[in-house]
Design a protein around this ligand. Structure first.
Ligand code: PGD
Length: 773
């Protein structure tokens, strides 16, 4: 067979099928990509893996007793049924819930990354279908940057926030102009392999090399030295986790104290600087936020902070905050303090200076590509107004009818009877998985479409097998991407496409024609491409017809903006390009936020102690600060059974990095099996010792498939979300705070439970009925 193009969130590739099984599938980086990601190596071992869902399956307890709350969810066996039975059970249950409880009792928030591909985007189809049957309770924001997208509009306006989040100053400008890149949260290149929908050409390494070659230095503020690649010229500021705001406030204090703050910039482009400066000086609380105050809290010596502040004022400086910092309790504060620090420097709107957010959190941030809409399936309108901030899923399921705060509003959790999840793995992504298990026991019915028997599929009542991208045709392009790719089917399908499943359900529920608009999948691809092509041709671009594009396999997108500078227009003329904040300027003090009266998010950037940090009382019992960051060997939990991900496991478990001093104090050697625990739960992991961590810090990435099958530990495989607290960032954003937890680690003695995360569940039968035909 020929090499055919395809794509993932972590890059484009070609597939060649020479025979059955993993040995007969060759996956190679797409020739377009100058710096492909090693995550592609996970594909061959995963697509044929025994953990694939092969047939529709219904939980035995649900089949026998019918819908209802059930703590057995997640531990029960399944009964495989034919498609017709599954569809009729599901259509019947959707009808029952709508009739008896109304559409707001259906939770279709269904967060997750699903797969690349513009047409077969699982959540788009779920929403389109649910909207056509009367709507659903939705979720807002993401686990990635759900705190920033709420706080930034208060600081730089909704439009300004969109500019920050959708790309900011482009990388080529940074490479050419930035002299000092102060990177709070570092620049972890493995995160930048990934962008939603894919990224055809990975180029961040090249931009960093260009900047470094010109003399740009990076100040890496992180508890992890290797949050900055070795070959990038820079300095490590080994910071106590969760204290970035402390260091930022001290840098601000030095700028003010030494007369280095740009007063003219503050007067012309900001409001609230005086209130913020009064806080820095300690007027409200008697505590100046100077480097001597900061050093014992954040672990960076006072003199280094002073020197850095002076260097920042003397050079073209980009003040950068990674998304990881806002995935914490009080995650609003590092974002706001970062903008405040950049404002004091007065370089916002200048090439290579100012503020940046999320460079190296995702491949598309800083992309030079022009922004225009991509081919998309229309989702329709949702008549149900109920929603939750996405990370409040357990709260909602456990507390129906209870009030909660969000961004100045007091809302109530709806009473959910049916949870419908596609393209996501909450038993990977959510915090405090023990609590999530309890929450998943509450609804009447849980439905999941999945290619794999993930923990989420195991916690469902009705599981429908879906195809992977290698088993269907699609259009591949991410935000800020350089190319549109033909994603061509290479393998026979296992399961069905989400589209086919919803088309069948829609037909049974009387909205078949509305859902499909009479098109097959192939016709949809042509239709979406055609609509999109027309829009681009209308803007004067030359775009080939579908058949030409499909035969070529790739189309280079037009309109690169190598010179984009965040807030350049606002700087040039702040009256003509007002920000859409109440003042029209950058708000260093926000009357709006102050007016909400949230003690956990006051009206200006501030240091607020989180529950989990090494300077707090919890550290006496749990003295190691765990960083639960993004894995470098897979995307989230996807393809954890693949070769590249498995290659980094230690003793078959996820590897936890420990500083040698911390390990020695606990009698732990490299390669030992350890038990990581706190008051929320415990997991097993394999120890890897490294001086790239600050002492007192441990690092266990997310994404090891949750395995609650052992008796002794909450997860036998090493999923850190059994240790993270299910707590919103604050009442303002209610964002995910999974990045941090305090823990203790000990050697695991005795016979460890086997890892069963990738074994399909037990299958049984229910007398006579519902057999696979
Ligand atoms: P994925 O593993 O990508 O994780 O959480 P997310 O739920 O997105 O899950 C996607 C699932 O979709 C996979 O199980 C995959 O098999 C399935 N899938 C793929 N293609 C298809 C398809 O075509 N159809 C269907 N129906 N299913 C499909 C990620 C989330 O985790 C994110 S974005 C972040 S940033 C968070 N980060 C952290 C963190 O930093 N620290 C902690 N502790 N926790 C986090 N959780 C969050």
């Amino acid at each position: 067979m020929d090499r055919v193009p395809n794509s993932t969130h972590w890059g484009a590739f070609t597939a060649t099928v020479t025979g059955p099984g993993p040995a007969g599938l060759r996956v190679e980086p797409h020739p377009l990509d100058p710096d492909p990601s090693p995550l592609l190596d996970n594909i061959p071992g995963a697509v044929h893996h025994r953990s694939r869902v092969r047939r529709p399956a219904v939980r035995r307890g649900w089949l026998e007793r019918g819908p209802g709350a059930d703590p057995a969810r997640g531990g029960d066996e399944f009964v495989e049924v034919d498609w017709d039975t599954a569809a009729s059970l599901l259509a019947g249950e959707l009808g029952r819930v709508r009739e008896r409880h109304g559409n707001s009792a259906i939770y279709g928030g269904s967060y997750g990354w699903a797969s690349a591909g513009r047409f077969h985007h699982a959540q788009s189809h779920l929403r389109r279908f649910l909207n056509q049957i009367g709507g659903y309770t939705r979720s807002v924001n993401t686990y990635s940057n759900g705190t920033s997208v709420v706080v930034l509009p208060h600081i730089v306006g909704t439009g300004g926030a969109a500019q920050v989040m959708s790309g900011g100053t482009s990388w080529p400008v940074i490479a050419r102009h930035t002299e000092l890149l102060v990177a709070f949260g570092g620049l972890r290149v493995s995160n930048a392999w990934v962008a939603p929908g894919g990224h055809a050409r990975h180029s961040i390494g090249a931009h960093l090399a260009e900047g470094g070659g010109r003399g740009m230095r990076v100040a890496n503020f992180s508890p992890l030295r290797d949050d900055l690649p070795d070959d990038v010229p820079g300095d490590w500021y080994s910071i106590v986790p969760g204290t970035d705001v402390v260091a930022m406030l001290a840098l601000c204090w030095v700028l003010v104290d030494e007369g280095l703050a740009d007063r003219a910039f503050l007067d012309r482009y900001t409001v609230g600087a005086e209130r913020f400066i009064a806080y820095l000086r300690g007027e409200p609380d008697g505590q100046p936020k100077d480097p001597d105050w900061a050093a014992p809290r954040c672990g960076v010596p006072a003199e280094r902070l002073r020197e850095l502040a002076r260097a920042m004022a003397a050079r073209r400086t980009l003040m950068h905050v990674s998304w990881s910092l806002q995935r914490t309790e009080h995650g609003e504060q590092p974002v706001w303090a970062g903008v405040a620090l950049a404002a004091l420097l007065g370089q916002i709107g200048r090439p290579g200076g100012g503020f940046g957010h999320g460079y190296s959190s995702m491949a598309d941030v800083g992309s030079a590509q022009g922004r225009y809409s991509l081919p998309s399936v229309r989702q329709g309108t949702n008549p149900v107004t109920d929603f939750i901030p996405v990370a409040r899923i357990s709260d909602m399921l456990l507390n129906p009818g209870e009030p909660f705060d969000y961004n100045g509003r007091r809302l109530r959790y709806p009473d959910i009877k049916l949870v419908y999840w596609v393209g996501g793995n909450p038993f990977h992504h959510h915090q405090d998985l023990t609590r999530l298990r309890r929450a998943f026991g509450r609804p009447d019915t849980v439905v999941v479409h999945e290619p794999y028997w993930t923990a989420t599929a195991r916690h469902a009542d009705i599981v429908l097998p879906v195809t992977t991208t290698l088993e269907r045709d699609d259009l591949g392009v991410g935000r800020g991407d350089s190319h549109l790719l033909a994603m061509k089917r290479a393998l026979e399908p296992t399961g069905r496409d989400d589209y086919e499943i919803f088309a069948e359900l829609a037909e049974r529920m009387g909205v078949g024609k509305e859902y499909t608009e009479g098109r097959t999948s192939g016709e949809w691809l042509r239709h979406l491409y055609g609509e999109w092509r027309e829009r681009l041709v209308g803007r004067g671009y030359d775009v080939p017809e579908f058949d030409r594009f499909w035969a070529d396999g790739v189309f280079e997108l037009p309109d690169r903006r190598d010179d984009r500078v965040l807030f350049a227009e606002f700087r040039a003329d702040p009256a003509a390009h007002r920000l859409d904040t109440p003042s029209g300027r950058i708000e260093l003090f926000s009357e709006t936020v102050a007016g909400f009266g949230y003690p956990d998010c006051p009206g200006h950037p501030a240091w607020l102690e989180p529950h989990d940090w090494l300077g707090g009382p919890r550290a006496a019992e749990y003295p190691l600060h765990l960083i639960a960051n993004q894995p470098a060997t897979r995307l989230h939990s996807q393809l954890d059974m693949g070769g590249h991900s498995q290659g980094a496991k230690v003793a078959g478990r996820e590897s936890i990095r420990l500083h040698p001093d911390d390990a020695a104090a606990r009698g732990i050697s490299d390669g030992d099996l350890v038990r990581v625990h706190n008051d929320l739960g415990s997991c097993l992991a394999g120890a890897v010792l490294s001086t790239d961590l600050r002492p007192g810090v441990a690092q266990l990435p997310t994404g090891a498939w949750f395995d609650p099958s052992g008796e002794e530990v909450t997860c036998a495989h090493g999923n850190p979300n059994v240790l993270t607290a299910d707590r919103g960032s604050s009442r303002l954003a209610q964002g995910c705070t999974g990045q941090h937890a305090l823990v203790e680690v000990e050697r695991f003695e005795g016979e460890p439970p086997p890892v069963r995360a990738f074994e399909p569940p037990a299958f049984g039968e229910v007398a006579g009925a519902h057999r696979v035909r």
